[in-house]
Ligand binder design. Structure first.
Ligand code: AQP
Length: 367
């Protein structure tokens, strides 16, 4: 498969604090812990791949451990079909593996298999303000899309997301731009918790790529490419056939003028330049330089062909992996065991700090 371009890290929402109780000596250093979650929507799109998945793959070489979770508990906060949910979890697992996640080098698991997330989320709700939850853009957008019921789970979504990350004392969370607000909220939650109950949780930093943080709908560049809110023709799926991908790019909406440069009033062209920069593993300036004096048609053809070539090996590997549910289940189960071992420790510390359950037995001299 084509090498996944490593985008420069751009965004740190602040330094992570080191773990340890208030009286504990500062921990001099530890390897970086990376965590991120992904929805089991099955049909992952180019935005998910560029903003999330390719960062997860790169994180495997950097973190110890890199932890990735398929968030089935988040998926139940909107209307869904239970039978399809299990299938979509396997689809998403196969896509992640096909894209380069290696269960030997990362922990890959299904959120619902690690019960600690749900309990931690409840405990963290005591330091989360309803006002903040109400202001989240995702809650506002998604609640407007619900026809029957706006679930309390949808409002609570960022608390569970905070629990996902804080359970592993993650330092870094690779995400796209759309998750910035949720990351800020979870830092507030962790900070409030530490302030009230003593240093227990690590404040995670978001890792938002400098280029490709917000891939736009090819048909409506005013909107981000997304699973629920974008146009079908403007959304490139990781599993689309090469011909379909090339066609979607050929039909991409561009802007007035003819110069191939990034500009605020040229969101369509800017989007294409950034996508091509990611695929080539070069800067957007290099793409602009390459296309100086050429037309939009050339750019669309090049991006379409190169994205198709970039994703083709992922699709081919997916086909090979997706047929074996029991293998996928085995990978998730093994990942859940490793994840639980970490999350259980954090949950025990949180319970202890909050006075929930019996106190830990103090270790003293035998009498
Ligand atoms: N357009 C995007 N550009 C860059 N990154 C993106 N991400 C999502 N959209 C873009 C990032 O992909 C990762 C996984 O996202 P998810 O688990 O939220 O998956 P999804 O539900 O399929 O994503 P959507 O399209 O964002 O869904 P809806 O339509 O529900 O809003 C995340 O890191 C995310 O930032």
């Amino acid at each position: 498969m084509a090498a996944l371009a490593a985008a420069p890290d751009s965004d740190q929402t602040g330094p992570a604090v080191l773990r340890g109780g208030t009286d504990a000596p500062a921990v001099p250093s530890r390897s970086v812990v990376i965590f991120s979650g992904i929805q089991p929507t099955g049909r992952k799109h180019l935005g998910n791949h560029i903003g999330g998945i390719r960062q997860y793959v790169a994180g495997q070489d950097k973190a110890a451990p890199a932890i990735y979770c398929i968030v089935d508990l988040h998926a139940v906060t909107v209307e869904y079909e239970p039978v399809k949910l299990r299938e979509r979890v396997y689809d998403t697992t196969a896509i992640l593996l096909a894209a380069g996640l290696d269960p030997e080098r990362c922990i890959l698991f299904r959120q619902g298999d690690v019960h600690e997330h749900a309990e931690l989320s409840w405990l963290l709700s005591s330091v989360t303000s309803v006002g903040e939850l109400n202001r989240m853009h995702q809650f506002r957008d998604k609640s407007a899309q619900q026809r029957r019921l706006v679930s309390a789970g949808l409002l609570f979504y960022p608390v569970l997301q905070a629990a996902d990350v804080l359970a592993y004392r993650a330092d870094e969370v690779p995400v796209g731009e759309d998750q910035r607000e949720h990351l800020e909220l979870m830092r507030d939650v962790a900070e409030r918790f530490n302030g009230r109950f003593g240093e227990t949780l690590v404040l995670p930093a978001s890792r938002i790529p400098e280029v490709g943080a917000r891939v736009l709908d090819l048909q409506d560049p005013a909107r981000k490419m997304s699973t629920t809110g974008a146009t079908e023709q403007g959304t490139v799926y990781v599993l689309d056939e090469p011909g379909t991908i090339a066609k979607k790019f050929r039909r991409a909406v561009t802007d007035s003028g003819s110069e191939i440069v990034r500009a605020e009033d040229k969101p369509g062209v800017t989007n294409l330049i950034e996508i091509l920069a990611v695929v080539r593993g070069v800067s957007p300036e290099a793409v602009e330089h390459d296309f100086a004096g050429r037309g939009y048609g050339d750019l669309k053809t090049a991006v379409g062909d190169e994205v198709a070539g970039w994703l083709a090996p992922v699709r081919e590997r997916y086909e090979a992996l997706r047929g074996d549910d029991s293998q996928l289940e085995g990978i998730l189960a093994e990942g859940a065991e490793k994840a639980r071992a970490i999350a259980a420790g954090t949950l025990a510390d949180v319970r202890e700090a909050m006075g929930v359950g019996p106190a830990r037995r103090s270790v003293g001299p035998a009498t």
